[in-house]
Design a protein around this ligand. Sequence first.
Ligand code: ADP
Ligand code: MG
Length: 351
Amino acid sequence: DAVINKIAAGEIIIQPANALKEMLENSIDAHATMIEILVKEGGIKLLQITDNGRGINKLDLGLLCERFATSKISKFEDLESVATYGFRGEALASISHIARLSVVTKTADSQLAYKAFYLNGKLTGPNFKDSGVQAEPKPIAGKDGTQILVEDLFYNIPSRIKALRNKSDEFAKILDVIGRYAIHTGHVGFSCKRFGEPVYVLSTRPNLPVKERIRTVYGSVVANELLDIAIDGATSKTKEEVNVKESLGLVSVSGVITNANYNNKKKIQPIFFINHRLVSCDPLKRAVNAVFQFFLPKGNHPFMYLALEIDPKNLDVNIHPTKREVRFLNEDEIIELIVDKVHLILSNVDT
Ligand code: ADP
Ligand code: MG
């Protein structure tokens, strides 16, 4: 039912940045190495994501925005070991219920690219018009990869538009999400532009070292002193440490923290990725912040980027798409390990 689908979609996508995050993850899943984003009016008028990933087969375009149309999971057991971001097949379907969604895509083995238009989960004729006959993707010239256009987000939910902050706030949220992925996903280059403006607001190349990525995204906001943090087989000194880690189902922790003063009042929320998903984890945030407070002068805003890899069995992947808060087994013990490590790092440097 169209109304129910619309309401459900509006609960998953509450702001343009939510839609953008889903599409970034799709491009990363499709093995893109370059992702370009164009934004008009805070993403409400237009969100355009262009990637050089493997594209979508023409035959799959018919069902692309159908609910649960995912190419990423074929049997139930796969759910336990999902390595990709997507596994629900709900994002594009949802977006198509609350925006005009169109796709241009080309796989390497196809001569042509195809353009397809979607409304309410269904393929439509060109320019979202009911073509009368069965709608078909249109062959056009194009490069390998996928471009997705989301236009007039929430056009059919006026209350949602009213509830949004102003356009520059929405743009800032979009930029924030892109920046976080740019920091974590180092093999991919990201760029972002506002519609009609020639300059990039953000631009990274693929394969930059992590600290360079951080400085590219945050500039002088992040102080020069960036310290590595790592808990893995290579740096864990004792066999005991390795055993503890393994018994907790923790594969590795890596990231960057800073001990230095910010020259900026702006606070950057900690960046956490767990098994390559951008998440929030309040217990971890509180615990690490407490250590920072102990070492750093008051009013200091520490920067922290942590990427955890956890045995997928121990991770609750079945969280609602809007809930970024994650749960995992042995959470307290794992947080304690990380806190000890941060403590050790900060006590070995001058602050
Ligand atoms: P999910 O990511 O959970 O599978 P989505 O609704 O996000 O569901 O996407 C549906 C499907 O569309 C994906 O499984 C994938 O096959 C395809 N797809 C979406 N975006 C892209 C892209 N940028 N490149 C290639 N395929 C894509
Ligand atoms: Mg997806």
